[in-house]
Unconditional design. Sequence first.
Length: 202
Amino acid sequence: MQVDIGRNTARLTSLQLQTGPSRLEASGSLNNFASPQWQVKATGKIDIREVADLTAVPGLDRGIAALQISGQGNKTKWTIDGKGNVTGGSYVTPDVQVTGVNAEAVLHFTQDELTLTQMRAKLHEGGTLDGELRLLNWSDDQQQGSIHVNIAGVTLDSLMAAVTPRQYHDLGFDTAATGAASVEWKGNADSLVAAAKVRLNP
């Protein structure tokens, strides 16, 4: 870590953080120690499980996220924006099980809200999901979240593996699904509701 400190400023020229598979490199500045204003830029890779621990988003199970972000703010209000991609991601809840996902998205993160837009995911078994995630009041018990996706070219076997018990995963049909799906919750994962409307194409 390299830091330059002035009379009422501090400049972080280089910082490296590593915990397990997560590694971040960052730089930034802090002005006015009495009423701090900060700026930061960071790049690196983060274990998705650490994101799940921070935000309490139900279902985030595994994967590695590569990030390029920048942010600014003060003690009470801040914003972080950037983009990222995930390799080997998994989303697992009692109603939905999706593994081996590679995805990309645009991030907007504030003290009140976390959003991932322009999300595009490619499934291990084939097919794509496009959509967005929105999470309000992410840091308290009044959390409200939603994930909405459009489905294209997802095989029936992949779809059944995501939303049904194992004995229904292979129905013997060579077909693909197109449509939309959503997951919503308030408070915690106990209130999670999943819904889907899809069309099967031969």
